[in-house]
Design a protein around this ligand. Sequence first.
Ligand code: DQA
Length: 139
Amino acid sequence: MRILLLHGPNLDLLGKRQPEIYGHETLQDIENKVRGHAFGRAEIECYQSNHEGELIEAIHRARQGCDAVIINAGAYTHTSVAILDALNAFDGKVVEVHLSNVHRREEFRHRSYIAGRADGIIIGLGSYGYLAAVDFLTQ
Ligand code: DQA
């Protein structure tokens, strides 16, 4: 099984960006942890971009090579119909993950355009959410 682990804008700053909300782990720490957790069960392909079009192209590429996508689209979660459309063109499973509990935060974070396409959503469990997503996808 091959899983695309996809991160959107500002998540390249994890560890430095508002650690009281997002924790102290860097994106590299999280990617390593997810790869280790999935070892022997799934190959994890990691990609991060601050650009909407690049995230969309990564989802298009996943149509060929990946069975599932774990996506934390960052702020694009709350704005991007284009990312939703790209995910709708992807046939595999989709799990949406957010490190923070977006429902305990500003109202504009309560809406997700991706949620209606996702097979599951994991919110507010920090980086553990990605491990839970791997467990779900590989069960
Ligand atoms: C986030 C929540 C989003 O609202 C925010 O824009 C992010 C990170 C999370 O993982 O908690 O960049 O997706």
